[in-house]
Design a protein around this ligand. Structure first.
Ligand code: R1P
Length: 317
């Protein structure tokens, strides 16, 4: 694949460097997940898909693209509304690739909703769903571990960034309908830059200084429910793109006109209960994922795109 433009690489067809999508392949309404198999399970709910589609395969009548960097994009319709599902793998860099490269190839406003898995440092149980109204970033302060003495605290905790309030509200409603309201929690998420140290896991092979991390997270944001590795970046970049779109006479506006940019939300299934040390079973994942899938698709189509919905809703179909 030969690329041009080192600032924002694209190939001759207009495909982005990592996600690999080009204009017309992605809908304005996008669900993002980590695990490609989760994307394939969700795809079984799309219009015209044979429910007997074998596990771990993309329904053959849908558009799909597996990129050379591990992203999987599937585009179809849910209740006749164009939607895409993009599996991104794990971590804040992958979320950054996803948001920026998907934004680059879609015209008009976008909705992005994440369905992830997480650890719970609260009372949420394995198999429950959390819908965070905001998220903050937990970063290892590498300077703290340097040789030259006092460099602050071992972990840096950012300010929280809010999800789109309407998406959050609709997600809570639809997840409650799908799983029962006793299994759906509202609160705050913490996105960590490691599965291990900055999520408070103990590892004798490394000096991590994280024994008090949960206490610090709860002192920072008492409503912190969950720890995972992507949501903060989604909320932050959605806001950042919207800020760029609102900046009068900016390069963004000259290139894109009024895209109105991105509204984002997220929900996550509790896979690890960090207080009791429980971990979800395979059977429970198989039960919860399709239910959560229904809740997330319903939410994705119930929130208005804003702007010229008719024009943009045909894109990616
Ligand atoms: C860690 O096992 C991964 O699972 C969670 C974390 O955020 C991290 O990406 O999310 P996904 O299930 O969406 O990948």
């Amino acid at each position: 694949m030969s690329m041009t433009n080192a600032n924002f690489p694209m190939d001759a067809e207009g495909r982005t460097y990592h996600v690999g999508v080009k204009r017309g392949e992605l809908a304005n309404r996008v669900i993002t997940v980590g695990d490609p198999v989760r994307a394939m399970i969700l795809a079984r709910s799309l219009d015209g898909v044979d429910p007997a589609t074998p596990a771990k395969s993309v329904p053959s009548n849908l558009f799909s693209l597996a990129s050379h960097r591990g992203f999987l994009t599937i585009t179809g319709r849910y209740k006749n509304v164009p939607v895409s599902i993009v599996a991104i793998g794990m971590g804040i860099s992958m979320m950054d690739f996803f948001v920026r490269e998907c934004r680059a190839v879609v015209d008009g406003p976008m909705l992005m909703i994440r369905l992830g898995s997480c650890g719970s440092l609260s009372d949420c149980k394995v198999g429950d769903i959390c819908v965070p109204s905001s998220s903050f970033l937990v970063q290892r302060n590498v300077d703290y571990f340097s040789e030259d003495g006092d460099n602050g605290s071992p972990y840096h905790l950012s300010k929280s960034v809010a999800a789109d309030p309407e998406i959050t509200q609709v997600l809570v409603k639809n997840m409650s309908a799908a799983l029962g309201e006793d299994h759906v929690w509202s609160g705050i998420n913490a996105t960590a830059d490691s599965f291990y140290s900055s999520q408070g896991r103990q590892d004798e092979n490394f000096l991590d200084e994280n024994q008090e991390l949960f206490t610090q997270l709860l002192a920072h944001e008492p409503k912190t429910l969950t720890l995972e590795m992507e949501t903060f970046v989604l909320y932050h970049l959605a806001r950042s793109s919207t800020q760029a779109s609102l900046k009068k006479d900016s390069a963004y506006q000259k290139t894109n006109g009024s895209k109105n940019s991105i509204r984002a939300g997220a929900c996550m299934m509790v896979f690890a209960q960090r207080k009791t040390n429980d971990f979800i079973t395979k059977d429970d994942v198989a039960r919860v994922e399709p239910l959560a899938g229904k809740g997330i698709f319903e939410s994705l189509i119930q929130v208005s795109l804003g702007g010229n919905e008719e024009l943009h809703s045909e894109e990616g179909s």
